[in-house]
Design a protein around this ligand. Structure first.
Ligand code: 4AD
Ligand code: MG
Length: 462
């Protein structure tokens, strides 16, 4: 019995005349004049291998079990395919059904389901062409993330998932407790966290940045790539409660260095995906988002435009558009503003810098004008913001002022302030929302379709 080969390997460079074995799931079976054509897909690539069963090649009772979704183990000879669309096919010698799949109850019996329906069977949806493509692209993009940083001498660090600090200060942390919620210990009417598992209030991290900063102030260039959690109240197609973030942190680096790295990062990961996932991208370009390939090539090759927040506000005002949210210096930019700027005004990726201090977190470095900070958001057409970053405040006194202005408990952040006490350095970093980036890479319109099991408000399956 030959060793198992993947469908991808056979389709791309399987040797004509070789005896091979594949294992996978039946996508379709078509019978014509006693010959059966069985499409076998093992997920190794988009395409299936056509297994051709000659008349009387299989007992009738076995053939009737070769239905869509059934798992099969096939041995045969690889031959040139007379049919269109494939170089080779399999001349079947033996075909065994490994696991039956009842056609009356299998939800993927037919093709062409909506993404919404597929979300209701998320444990099976990777068996479709589109979601299969998404998960293969996700793997290639993840590998490219690591390659990008490791090639540049960055160290991979694993920042904690459970933490006591709310990095973004937005109050969106999920709490972690070992209390019996039916009888939480109270002290003067308030929860007595002293009695809880950690002896203090704990939560799931919203960003690994603060911990990454501590280690960047020792190893210089580091990055973390892990899950982050936000009790997001905005239930949109771009928000998840659990999402993955890529966060580099660089010592002796300013905002310009940070922006340069973010641009190089996006371009390189896009290039890797185009290079390695051509078939999947072509499929997504055809069936999911018509302009996908063009927009990927465009961002890979484009020069990114830079403007300050103040210029962005002026541009929005000059547009004479009526936006749902008013455009006013000091107000945060909304998705509609960001999309106007990057999609309509420039039609290019855009980096907005120097936001008002009041709408950004405590750790961003204050600019000399006294009212803005060295922040950057990177926006791309179709998605809007996919990267947020900044130069960090490295001056102890300025940082303290900024924390005090936000009523933060300085004592709880002694460790963070220590970085500014003991050999402080200018440093900077950014966070890429990996699922936002995946939406951009795959053309999927809903962030829930680029992660295996989306966690969002009132949404938790498996
Ligand atoms: O802009 P954010 O909040 O930045 C930070 O958390 C920084 N601490 C990162 C850093 O400097 N190391 O989040 C970064 C990115 C956003 O640009 C967005 O792409 C994504 O994370 N993001 C989300 N993605 C999905 N669902 C959500 N609820 C998201 N919130 C942010
Ligand atoms: Mg942001």
């Amino acid at each position: 019995m030959p060793e198992r080969t993947t469908v991808a390997a056979l389709l791309h460079d399987g040797e004509i005349g070789s005896r091979v074995r594949v294992q996978g799931w039946v996508r379709t079976r078509r019978d014509s004049k006693g010959v059966s054509f069985v499409e076998v897909n093992d997920g190794s690539c988009l395409k299936s291998l056509q297994a051709v069963v000659k008349p009387d090649g299989l007992p009738r009772c076995t053939l009737s079990r070769v239905t869509t979704g059934a798992s099969v183990d096939v041995v045969g000879t690889l031959v040139e395919s007379p049919g269109k669309g494939q170089r080779v096919e399999l001349d079947v010698e033996t075909l065994a059904v490994v696991g039956d799949c009842d056609p009356r109850s299998y939800p993927l019996q037919k093709k062409g389901h909506s993404f919404e329906f597929l979300r209701s069977i998320s444990h099976l949806r990777a068996r479709t062409n589109s979601l299969g493509a998404v998960f293969r692209v996700r793997s290639a993009a993840s590998a490219a993330v690591h390659r990008f940083f490791l090639d540049r001498g960055f160290f991979l660090v694993h920042t904690p998932v459970i933490t006591s600090s709310d990095c973004e200060g937005a109050g969106e942390m999920f709490q972690v407790t070992a209390f019996d919620l039916a009888s939480v210990p109270l002290e003067d009417g308030r929860v007595d966290f002293d009695k809880d598992f950690f002896g203090k209030q704990a939560g799931l991290t919203v960003s690994g940045q603060l911990q990454a900063e501590t280690i960047a102030c020792a190893l210089s260039n580091v990055y973390t790539f892990g899950p982050t959690f936000r009790a997001e109240h905005s239930n949109t197609a771009r928000h998840l409660a659990e999402f993955w973030m890529v966060e580099p942190e660089m010592a002796f680096c300013d905002l310009d260095g940070c922006i340069d790295l973010a641009v190089a990062f996006l371009k390189e990961v896009i290039a890797a995906v185009l290079d390695q996932c051509g078939e999947d991208i072509a499929f997504l370009n055809r069936w999911v988002e018509k302009g996908l390939l063009k927009s990927l090539e465009h961002v890979r090759d484009a020069t990114f435009v830079r403007m300050t927040y103040t210029e962005a506000i002026e541009t929005l005002k000059a547009s004479r558009r009526s936006f749902e949210f008013p455009v006013e210096w000091g107000a945060d930019l909304q998705a509609e503003h960001e999309r106007y700027l990057t999609e309509e005004h420039l039609r290019k990726p855009l980096i907005i810098t120097d936001y008002p201090e009041a709408i950004k977190p405590f750790y961003m470095r204050r600019n000399d004008d006294g009212r803005t900070v060295a922040a950057m958001d990177l926006l791309v057409p179709r998605i809007g913001e996919i990267v947020g970053g900044s130069q960090r405040e490295e001056r102890l006194d300025v940082l303290k002022q900024s924390m005090e202005a936000r009523n933060m408990a300085l004592e709880a952040y002694r460790w963070y302030l220590d970085l500014r006490r003991f050999g402080t350095v200018p440093h900077a970093g950014f966070g890429v929302g990996f699922e936002r980036f995946m939406m951009f890479l795959t053309g999927m319109q809903n962030i829930r379709d680029v992660i295996m099991y989306p966690r969002a408000r009132r949404n938790l399956e498996l």
